[in-house]
Write a protein that binds this ligand. Structure first.
Ligand code: NDP
Ligand code: GDR
Length: 366
């Protein structure tokens, strides 16, 4: 029997990797996408086949986590074996600007999905994955963080996700739903949204390399994160729903780097050595050597500066996960180490920037 999965947030980074992974496993995959004024399916276009063609296994439905009736209607029509709730207003800084919407989509949205499952009587037929987050640890109470580390969220996003975490636990205990929280630490890829810090750095430096920009403006360079690859992490999401009993798992690499380290690693992949100069808000990265004459880096160029706009009202300074439980019970381990992740993102963004520069040069010639 072909298994059917429903993914909310299928147009996002994880949604795209998970859809590809599940299609590879032979699933029929359904995704919920939001209506937008511009097409927002770029990350999954390569997976999509015309639904009029025979054998198409990826299907998209309009819906929104703030619209319970759309969720219930889609679940009823699809009758999924597994639901992956990946949709969210996922940007921590934006959650300070839009706290109410973040709660509506990330907290109450999760409740809406669970209620739809209950109202349709699918508690025993359908397994549920919730995209929980290391942001729930916030102001960390112990290092590294495990499934039993106390939570202390530091943003409207973290607080909303904590509600979602507990409502999932509650529906598991109250109604016997097979529901799991994956407590995922930061995971990145070439598909990462352009305003998260890793992608902002790789894209920004690649644009400087091709003369499209001069400088990347960043916030807190001291923040430390446990960065893994999204491709590895979606496999853990699937594994959680294949177990005999539901439980919550931390998914992380167990290795930590600072934002400053990430800049150094990305620059180094481009053959550039930098030095940090200045302090606090005047700290900046200066090019001291550049190996690749084809890239537009010159000695003494300032390629990053601080813009205090990117400081957060309350910051999560340090996160480091211990995924021992997942290793033991799911047989899961990260495959991509930090250097390989940075290299893949940099190479991808250099390619994009080169293409954009070529188009610009062509236009200027005409
Ligand atoms: P993205 O921001 O890349 O994707 C979020 C997805 O949710 C997009 O498809 C977006 O649609 C959709 N979405 C947003 N709001 C709504 C809404 N109201 N109704 C329906 N869909 C909505 O996030 P990631 O792929 O990086 O993350 C996936 C999930 O995992 C998120 O819940 C995130 O909070 C969580 N998470 C992520 C981590 C990470 O490091 N990436 C770590 C831990 C948890 P659209 O494309 O239209 O914007
Ligand atoms: P995070 O990711 O908040 O951890 O949430 P993000 O990449 O936005 O920030 C990581 C750290 O970098 C610091 N930082 C900056 N961040 C951004 N976005 N832009 C900057 O210019 C900048 N300069 C420094 C931040 O202050 C922060 O400390 C991500 C999201 O994917 C969440 O959805 C997910 O739950 C968590 O990871 C785990």
């Amino acid at each position: 029997m072909t298994k059917r999965a429903l993914i909310t947030g299928i147009t996002g980074q994880d949604g795209a990797y998970l859809a590809e992974f599940l299609l590879g496993k032979g699933y029929e995959v359904h995704g919920i996408k939001r209506r937008a004024s511009l097409i927002n399916t770029q990350r999954i276009d390569h997976l999509y086949a015309d639904p009029h063609e025979q054998g198409a296994r990826l299907h998209l439905h309009y819906g929104d986590l703030t619209d319970g009736s759309s969720l219930q209607r889609t679940i009823q029509a699809v009758q999924p074996d597994e639901i992956y709730n990946l949709a969210a207003q996922s940007h921590v800084a934006v959650s300070f600007e839009e706290p109410e919407y973040t709660a509506e989509s990330d907290a109450v949205g999760t409740l809406r999905l669970l209620e739809a499952i209950r109202n349709l009587g699918l508690e025993r037929a359908c397994r549920f994955y919730q995209a929980s987050t290391s942001e729930m640890f916030g102001k960390v109470q112990e290092m590294p963080q495990t499934e039993s580390t106390p939570f202390y969220p530091r943003s409207p996003y973290g607080v909303a996700k904590l509600y979602a975490y507990w409502i999932v636990v509650n529906y598991r205990e109250a109604y016997g739903l097979f529901a799991c929280n994956g407590i995922l630490f930061n995971h990145e890829s070439p598909l990462r949204g352009e305003t998260f810090v890793t992608r902002k750095i790789t894209r920004g430096l690649a644009r400087i390399a091709h003369g499209l920009d001069d400088c990347v403006y960043l916030g807190n360079l001291d923040a430390r994160r446990d960065w893994g690859h999204a491709r590895d992490y979606v496999e853990a999401q699937w594994l959680m729903l294949q177990q005999d009993a539901p439980r919550d798992y931390v998914i992380a690499t167990g290795v930590q780097h600072s934002v400053r380290d990430f800049v150094v690693a990305a620059a180094s992949r481009m053959g550039v050595r930098i030095e940090w100069r200045g302090e606090d808000e005047s700290e900046h990265a200066v090019v001291v050597a550049s190996e690749n004459p084809e890239l537009a880096f010159r000695t003494d160029d300032v390629i990053t500066r601080i813009d205090s706009r990117y400081y957060r009202a309350a910051e999560v300074e340090t996160l480091l996960g211990d995924a021992s439980l997942a290793r033991r019970e799911l047989g899961w381990a990260p495959r991509t180490e930090f250097g390989a992740l940075v290299a893949e993102m940099v190479d991808h963004d250099l390619r994009l920037a080169r293409e954009e520069a070529l188009v610009r040069d062509d236009r200027e010639r005409l």
